[in-house]
Design a protein around this ligand. Structure first.
Ligand SMILES: Cc1ncc(C[n+]2csc(CCOP(=O)(O)OP(=O)(O)O)c2C)c(N)n1
Ligand SMILES: [Mg+2]
Length: 285
């Protein structure tokens, strides 16, 4: 099975369950999709024409799942996202904008390196903007969307791909849910970089509360000193005090042969700006 012809989630499962026959896995996945569509569900939902301004794919194509690059239909969307990303290349605002964190991380990491993303506002930004050139290089906790996956997930990814650099991208709350696993990574001498988007809050919940009610409630908290916390495990800790330090810190941490924890203050003022922008946007495809 050619890697490039396969959907991300199929390969994700295939690479996690190593040794499994990938052809069988593809067939099983196609069967799951066939049943899904037959049961009346669909990737696009009933208003597909209204949403995309055109008819759905022929059913035989849908049965085999979406193929994002077929006919270059997604190219305008991809180009729009790249243009958006490029705007923040030199943005030195502090706290750091989500787009700039993603820009610098993407720049510092190799295209075959792996990012495992947690759940929260940072995930929405990563899912929109972290540019992937290879399947399974950005693994995101969707579905039940459990917080706390990024740190143990990054350790698992490093076990599976010891030759690739691996980073966990996580909110401060999600990090604190499973940060004890730093001990595991240290015990196995694993080089993993943990990037904490620090907003001292449940950023996504705050975002939703603002959108729904125009005010927030019980979403703020205090954090420990993440540098000292890292050091207490024997890991390296960095606090980004100015935006210009971000890219060099990513590079340094990715080259380190140990666990590095990067405390990265984030400007979630961008969240509601994104909501407003998306409300005005017309789908480019
Ligand atoms: C285990 C679990 N508990 C609660 C939630 C609901 N939830 C989704 S995002 C979120 C806040 C995440 O905060 P943080 O990790 O700091 O990320 P941020 O949104 O600030 O980027 C919560 C509570 C969840 N998805 N998983
Ligand atoms: Mg947070």
């Amino acid at each position: 099975m050619a890697r490039g012809s396969t959907e991300y989630h199929v390969l994700f499962i295939a690479t996690l369950i190593r040794g499994i026959d990938e052809v069988k896995l593809e067939l099983a996945w196609q069967e799951v999709q066939r049943r899904w569509y037959r049961s009346g569900h669909g990737a696009h939902g009933p208003d597909d024409k209204a949403f995309h301004g055109r008819d759905r794919e022929p059913s035989d194509q849908r049965a085999f799942g979406p193929r994002p690059h077929r006919g270059h239909r997604m190219r305008p969307l991809r180009e729009a996202l790249i243009t958006e990303m490029n705007q923040h290349q030199h943005d030195l605002g502090y706290p750091i904008k989500p787009q700039k964190i993603i820009w610098d991380l993407r720049t510092a990491m190799g295209l075959e390196d792996i990012v495992v993303c947690d759940v929260g506002a940072h995930k929405l930004w990563m899912a929109r903007m972290f540019r992937c050139e290879h399947p399974n290089t950005c693994i995101i906790s969707n579905g039940f969307a459990s917080m706390g996956i990024a740190v143990p997930g990054a350790i698992a990814a490093k076990f599976a791909y010891p030759d690739r650099a691996v980073a966990a991208v996580t909110g401060d709350a999600g990090f604190l849910m499973n940060s004890q696993e730093i001990e595991t990574a240290m015990r196995f001498n694993m080089a993993v970089v943990i990037v904490i988007w620090n907003d001292c809050g449940y950023g996504l919940i705050e975002w939703k509360q603002m959108t729904a009610y125009g005010k927030t409630s019980n979403v703020r908290f205090n954090n420990p000193d993440f540098v000292k916390y890292a050091e207490s495990f024997g890991a390296k800790g960095y606090r980004i005090e100015k935006t210009a330090d971000l890219l060099p810190t990513f590079k340094k941490a990715l080259a380190d042969k140990t666990v590095s924890i990067i405390d990265c203050p984030v400007d979630y003022g961008e969240n509601l700006k994104l909501t407003a922008k998306l409300g005005e946007m017309v789908c480019p495809i």
